[in-house]
Design a protein around this ligand. Structure first.
Ligand code: NAG
Ligand code: NAG
Ligand code: NAG
Length: 260
């Protein structure tokens, strides 16, 4: 909500994951601010977009602004309320849940929904929800830090019967910081049978020990990419880049040069 959108879209990145939205117990979607200086915004109400034109314009500008490298926008969410809503009233196109995601996709010109479940891990509802999103036209991605068996199971079920380039679960972003600091992208790639995109945390004052300068990120991505070819690389998160006075261009250049 507060980010420098021009710097973001002109610094070499091709995908943004907007963190984080959540589904309320009635199926409405909320955009949680997570940062000082902005407030939660209700994005959909009873299946209609109510997040405002200014915010929609801002999000759409990532892909449409004059000079941009961005061709993919994702929203990131957890699994709160999904199991209950899929049990009642269910996954049909008439439900508020379905209509909410359809309305938000149109308003924000979204390409994918990212599942950042870090606690619920319910296989059946996760797979059903991914397929619901696929019916609306979204791609589905995950951002695990642990529990590889869960992710491998849902990946197999979500992509069952599908092949490149039509995979529904088409990207894996792997947290390689904080709880996922010991993750090795190569071993996740072996288990999942698909490429992963490791994420590093930029220099920050929240958990400084996990901070990574652009130069350190280059070293890490290079080492992993040598072990087995990665699907790309990425960072958590843009708020820290601005707060810490870091350079989008420096972090973006690392990705452009290693993953052209
Ligand atoms: C919610 O939307 C549906 C479909 O447009 C409509 O039939 C219903 O009246 C709405 N409910 C409320 C409380 O506005
Ligand atoms: C787009 O941006 C470039 C570089 O800043 C500028 O030269 C050009 O005039 C702009 N085009 C439009 C249509 O605004
Ligand atoms: C690796 C790194 O740059 N970590 C930084 C994270 O943020 C804190 C606070 O500014 C720095 O002290 C660390 O050096």
């Amino acid at each position: 909500m507060k980010s420098n959108t021009v710097a973001l879209r002109t610094s070499g990145f091709n995908t943004f994951i907007i963190f984080g939205v959540g589904v309320r117990n009635n199926g409405d979607i909320m955009y949680y601010s997570n940062t000082p200086g902005s407030q939660d915004v209700l994005l959909t109400s009873n299946g209609t977009y109510v997040g405002g034109d200014a915010l929609a314009e801002k999000v759409r500008s990532f892909k449409t602004g004059n000079v941009t490298g961005v061709d993919r926008l994702e929203i990131s969410m957890n699994a709160q309320n999904i199991r209950n809503l899929l049990a009642n009233p269910g996954p049909s196109p008439g439900t508020t849940l379905y209509r909410s995601f359809k309305a938000l996709k149109a308003a924000w010109s979204l390409d994918a929904v990212n599942n950042d479940d870090e606690s619920i891990y319910d296989i059946a509802s996760t797979v059903t929800f991914a397929k619901l999103l696929g019916n609306i036209g979204y791609k589905y991605t995950i951002a695990p830090y642990t529990n590889i068996n869960f992710w491998n199971t849902i990946k197999a079920q979500i992509n069952s019967g599908l092949a490149e380039p039509s995979l529904l679960l088409d990207r894996v972003y792997l947290q390689c910081y904080d709880g996922g600091a010991r993750n090795n992208p190569s071993s996740w790639q072996n288990t999942l049978g698909m490429k992963v995109v490791p994420l590093l945390w930029v220099t920050n004052d929240s958990k400084p020990a996990y901070g990574t300068t652009a130069a350190q990120a280059r070293t890490k991505f290079t080492g992993w990419n040598r072990q087995s070819t990665l699907g790309g690389g990425g960072y958590w998160n843009d708020y820290d880049i601005e707060k810490m006075g870091l350079s989008y261009t420096q972090y973006g250049d690392v990705l452009k040069s290693l993953f052209p």
